[in-house]
Design a protein around this ligand. Sequence first.
Ligand code: ZN
Length: 250
Amino acid sequence: MEPRRDVSRIGWCMARPKELRDPTVLLCERCGYDLTGTPRESACGECGIAVKESLPERRMGTPFQKKPGVMSFVYTMWLVARRPRAVWDDVRIESNRSLVFGVVCMTIAGLVIWAGLGFTSIGKDLRSAYFAFALLFVIFTSLVIMTTIEFLGLQLIGRKNGWRVTSRISQTVCGHACVGWIVAGVLVAIGWQLGARLPAAPLTNQVPNWMNPILTSLQFTLPAAGFFIGMMVFETLAYMGVRRLRWGNG
Ligand SMILES: [Zn+2]
């Protein structure tokens, strides 16, 4: 048996030696211990969990990763929202299908935000084809930029903590966390609709004068608050994912 490289003393807050960031080295997914040479039937020498718990073939993949389609998309979305821990245990570390999943989530979020805004009195101009396209483009591009920042950020957090967050792991995590953008989209749409139903300027005689600025600002703060909550869902999912996959074996 090849001698084990003991990585447990390297510490949690400094970068690992290059070979331990090699994505082909089998690491214990719980503690990051190098399992090279450890028999598959035995346990991690550091934390004691079974080696087979860290084998990449143990990860079955999300329904969308197994068979991309409408139904598997909906089912995966539901799983990410309801049982994120189980998803991060089971997700396969790969980039293509996770990317497609994320892009579809962002497109749906964009459509929901557009519909929520377009079908209010404030946004009726946005129903024209030109504005609808422009608005969708702006929303979609903003979500892509924020997701890309997260994709780079998770790898940076990984390097700072001495984890092995490869670009593929980060893409897997960010792609699935994009379910948070759908939550943001739905809450923004609800915010627009609620905001549009508040008594507006022409109805000033119905409310005391001092309430007008509050009601007008609520028309914008409600959707903004909705977006913020959705963004926190995205961030939380991404953080849970990177914690679980910080030594993931692809
Ligand atoms: Zn271990």
